[in-house]
Ligand binder design. Sequence first.
Ligand SMILES: Cc1cc2nc3c(=O)[nH]c(=O)nc-3n(C[C@H](O)[C@H](O)[C@H](O)COP(=O)(O)OP(=O)(O)OC[C@H]3O[C@@H](n4cnc5c(N)ncnc54)[C@H](O)[C@@H]3O)c2cc1C
Length: 416
Amino acid sequence: MRYSGFRVIKEALTGHKGWTPAWRNPEPQSAYDIVIIGGGGHGLATAYYLAKQFGEKKIAVLEKGWIGGGNVGRNTTIIRSNYLLDGNEPFYELSLKLWEGLEQDFNYNAMISQRGILNLIHNDAQRDAFTRRGNAMILNRADAVMLSTDQIKAEYPFLNVDDARFPIKGGLAQRRGGTVRHDAVAWGYARGADSRGVDIIQNCEVTGFWIEDGACLGVETSRGFIGAKKVGAAVAGSSGRLMAKAGMRLPIESHVLQAFVSEGLKPLLPGVITFGAGHFYCSQSDKGGLVFGGDIDGYNSYAQRGNLPVVEDVCEGGMAILPAIGRARLLRMWGGIMDMSMDGSPIIDKTHIDGLYFNGGWCYGGFKATPASGLCFAHLLATGAPHEVATAYRFDRFRRGNMIDEKGMGAQPNLH
Ligand SMILES: Cc1cc2nc3c(=O)[nH]c(=O)nc-3n(C[C@H](O)[C@H](O)[C@H](O)COP(=O)(O)OP(=O)(O)OC[C@H]3O[C@@H](n4cnc5c(N)ncnc54)[C@H](O)[C@@H]3O)c2cc1C
């Protein structure tokens, strides 16, 4: 069924009896050409592009819980392509371009809203760094503009610009950045993949791999063995645990990241803002809640909830630039498990086991990467070669010393 304005009107006039489920609920088959493990944004996008772009046929996505229950439905919904390094910027710019046409492409309303993102600057060194970043973005055909303090005052009048511990000295804006309704991305890709014949199998946990003579021949699951010519793992925060079942130790640690939503307020924030003297980022949802977050909790964990010291730290960051936030009540908060890599950049690569492919290490920036990650992983699975914008995302960069260390923090996941 194709969704359209006409369809909405027709259903409204006929008692909404014509809507069909957005995706099927099939039983797993004994074997597939390609099995994707993980029904998050990246796994579903991979299956979608495999079917749509590469014409692959027998594909299954195996999800241990339900579609959208992982980080794809837990993040703070920010999309952007304001990266500095060559290994990253072309990839994230491709992703932003894919976001721009995504709703038409998969015929689903994901509430993509390019309301802009503003990185605040608080000192001269930061201005130099953001100017360099803005130039790198422009060289990669992304958009970037430096804003003066006066321009920021005009656009964001409620920010504490002068009378603050960290006065605001300017900002780097990307007007095409913004927000997307996160769980709708999972639903849209799921629906698009399902309509092209992909089996999306929920409540199906992968518990092991069948590996013979160095080749992966399928996966053991909570619903029995499923054979596969190729297996792609895209399980985000569970990457370490899953790949250990194939005997692999990854350059990835799992950490908790929390998100927060305030009570609904009248329109206040026109776009996304990030605080440059601490870690705080914030946007306002269409329902009016301020949606914000900050640092990871700083210890390894597989829990999907965090602790109070980070709540305090994030709220302090918010208060430093947006004192009005102190009057708002915190309505909801939750956590997600982040797959933090050792240089803060992702991995999309074959493993040393034939037929087993890996996608992960997205840290806490993987939501914006979803379309490009899906496309690049599908490209790798279908052709055996990396997509041109993902050539740097290989395992061996850690052995070769060619890290893509966007923040220059070294092998300290808690600092990326
Ligand atoms: C609080 C928070 C805020 C964030 N904010 C942003 C942001 O503003 N912008 C941004 O770009 N990124 C953000 N992120 C990061 C982003 O959400 C993740 O990097 C991205 O969603 C991870 O990819 P995914 O969608 O495929 O993961 P997930 O949705 O977690 O998908 C992985 C799936 O694999 C499944 N799985 C795990 N193990 C198995 C198994 N053995 N068998 C079968 N299935 C399995 C899980 O159940 C899960 O559904 C944030 C994350 C969090 C938690």
